[in-house]
Design a protein around this ligand. Structure first.
Ligand SMILES: CC(C)(COP(=O)(O)OP(=O)(O)OC[C@H]1O[C@@H](n2cnc3c(N)ncnc32)[C@H](O)[C@@H]1OP(=O)(O)O)[C@@H](O)C(=O)NCCC(=O)NCCS
Length: 441
């Protein structure tokens, strides 16, 4: 491996590590469109699914059937009928749906049974697949005077039975067919089944593997991240395909009902699932209920990330050195800015209670995220924190960032304005930092 590709691999691997830890033990519902299954992409997708399972991700896979049905109907010289976007399922269509489900299931089971190439031991237990009567359905009934036949909606998901299979280490494979209490089968929409599974299982993510790259803005740009409100605004614009609108609706629904993330990506591109789940840039569109970014109090788990942020600046003499022991003892003073599991910035607030004085320290934004306003957000956060703790004057000491503070309402101050113990430290470390002050009253 060349030094460049080796460095790139190391960088990618480091980038993936937090996502690997985060997803282990979490449940993901994968909704795989029949476009993907019919396009001969099952073998490569199965490898990525096996990889996820080997990392401890609990997987529920629900598949579509529409393209199979279209093929079967075309061969029989028939077409599917729809009303208000819902498929009308008569007796004959139901038989075709059952056939299609059978075919897809066997294909998926076979693909997932192949020996995973990435496993260290090729004899390692293969991924077990569990299927069953997990979806209880009810008929859609008569809509606008049209009998929707065997088209159904989800009545209940048997979460307990699914969790049991997941606990046993199985991947749960669900077809979009539900059973009614009267013993009949009903044809369900892929998005309907996927959203019900994700919400009932309290999944971490619902991932749509579709035939489109992801969600596009009205001017055609691929959107890598969207909040539920932004997704709703796009839906209101009505500028997307019927499939995309259905996926967006399901994504918004699951986010409003406790699922942390929804993703829409192209299942036709090799590796898109892995890229979406384990890289910062992703491959399609990730959706969250609110902003992907948050600032929160740091804890001991963040120390490694904080060291990564501050170490280069300590070496360059920009920040005062702080070792792990110092960070462990002062972690309660730190806050971190996290964007989708990744720490991009930190800041510390030290409060001198008696004097109602605060010191902002260790404000750092990772070089790959600078100039995006994160510094400003961390400053706002500390200003609020300081006010809430009764601080009337906030100080910041800096050798290189004076102008930045200057432009944000700070003014130059004298050493004598600092609390005595801080003055002593200042004289001891001989850094001759400039002192800035901002009044909070
Ligand atoms: C200072 C720092 C935290 C700002 O973070 P950021 O997320 O890039 O800040 P914002 O996006 O809110 O602001 C960016 C603006 O600040 C400016 N800026 C960045 N560093 C600056 C500096 N040292 N002096 C003056 N201005 C600076 C940028 O040019 C940009 O200006 P523009 O909006 O006119 O283009 C970041 O540059 C950093 O980590 N620097 C190294 C560590 C440091 O010096 N910390 C302060 C010591 S406590």
């Amino acid at each position: 491996m060349s030094p460049q590709s080796s460095a790139a691999f190391v960088a990618d691997f480091r980038q993936a590590a937090p996502y690997i830890h985060y997803l282990s033990g979490k449940t993901i519902v994968l909704a795989v469109s029949s476009h993907v299954l019919l396009a001969d992409k099952l073998a490569s997708l199965a490898k990525d699914i096996q990889l996820l399972a080997s990392l401890g991700v609990r997987l529920v896979l629900v598949h579509g059937t529409r393209q199979y049905l279209n093929q079967m109907m075309r061969a029989a010289g028939e077409t599917l009928s729809y009303h208000r976007g819902w498929r009308i399922t008569d007796e004959a269509t139901l038989q075709q749906v059952k056939q299609a489900c059978g075919m897809v299931r066997f294909d998926i089971e076979a693909a997932l049974s192949s020996s995973p190439a990435q496993m260290p031991d090729r004899n390692q237990r293969r991924l077990r697949v569990a299927s069953g009567n997990f979806l209880l359905a009810k008929p859609l009934g008569v809509m606008d005077g049209i009998d929707m036949g065997y088209t159904g909606r989800i009545r209940k998901v048997d979460a307990e039975a699914i969790q049991q299979r997941l606990n046993e280490g199985c991947l749960v494979l669900v077809s979009p067919l539900g059973q009614s209490l009267s013993g009949k089968s009903f044809n369900l929409g892929l998005d309907d089944a996927a959203q019900a599974l994700a919400v009932t299982l309290k999944a971490e993510k619902l991932v749509f593997l579709a035939s489109e790259d992801g969600v596009r803005s009205t001017d055609g740009a691929l959107l890598s991240q969207l909040t539920a409100a932004e997704a709703q605004a796009l839906l209101d614009n009505n500028a997307h395909s019927a499939d995309m609108s259905r996926m967006l609706k399901a994504a918004i629904y699951v986010l409003e009902n406790g699922v942390r993330r929804a993703h829409i990506l192209c299942g036709l591109n090799d590796g898109s699932l892995i890229a979406e789940l384990f890289t910062r840039q992703g491959s399609g569109t990730a959706l969250a209920q609110s902003s992907f970014m948050r600032i929160r109090a740091a804890d001991n788990h963040d120390i490694g990330d904080i060291i990564d942020l501050i170490a280069p600046l300590e070496s360059a003499g920009i920040l005062l050195p702080r070792n792990r022991e110092y960070l462990e003892n002062h972690i309660h003073e730190f806050s971190v800015l996290e964007h989708d599991c990744h720490v991009y910035g930190c800041v510390a607030l030290k409060v001198f209670e008696q004097q109602h004085i605060g010191e902002l320290a260790c404000l750092v934004v990772s070089p790959d995220a600078q100039d995006g306003g994160y510094g400003e957000l961390l400053l706002d956060y500390v200003l609020k924190q300081a006010k809430a703790r009764g601080v009337s004057t906030l100080f910041a000491l800096s050798t290189n960032t004076g102008d930045w503070f200057d432009e944000r309402g700070f003014e130059t101050a004298e050493l004598s304005e600092l609390p005595p113990e801080r003055q002593e430290q200042y004289l001891q470390n001989k850094r001759r930092s400039k002192i800035y002050r901002r009044s909070l009253v």
